[in-house]
Design a protein around this ligand. Structure first.
Ligand code: SAM
Length: 125
């Protein structure tokens, strides 16, 4: 799938489906949160959630006291949805609209997280 199609595909989904109408809807991301425990991720760690969309992971990480969270997604609509859910707290988070396949980080991250995003990157490049 070309980049434009990929973006369009995801924008369509987030513009037409409600949060709980998608198969990956998960208000309490138990497995993801368990990784933060398992790896003793410090509260100051720079965290990036790749393909985070409107996942609730960021809400829970903020509740736990994580201070440096970035959420990246190809779909701007998904991030807008997460931001509006978080209200004022959205200002505590860095939001990046980008295709993970060509994203070039300008910072170093201590902890990368992905749930159900990387498996869409099926071409070697
Ligand atoms: C199945 S959803 C999972 C969303 C979120 N990780 C969660 O657990 O709720 C896949 C997400 O990956 C994003 N995505 C797909 N391909 C991407 C790419 N190339 N770069 C960045 N995000 C991508 C989609 O927009 C969507 O938000």
């Amino acid at each position: 799938m070309e980049e434009f199609d990929r973006k369009n595909h995801w924008e369509q989904i987030y513009q037409t489906k409600k949060p709980d109408e998608v198969s990956w809807y998960q208000p309490m991301p138990v497995t993801s949160l368990s990784f933060f425990d398992q790896y003793n991720v410090p509260k100051e760690a720079k965290i990036i959630d790749i393909g985070g969309g409107d996942s609730y992971l960021v809400d829970h990480l903020l509740n736990l006291g994580y201070k440096d969270i970035t959420v990246l997604d190809i779909s701007e609509s998904s991030l807008e949805r997460a931001k509006s859910r978080l209200g004022n707290r959205s200002g505590l988070v860095t939001w990046i609209v980008a295709d993970a396949a060509i994203f070039k980080p300008i910072e170093r991250y201590d902890f990368w997280h992905d749930r159900a995003a990387f498996h869409f990157l099926t071409k070697e490049d």
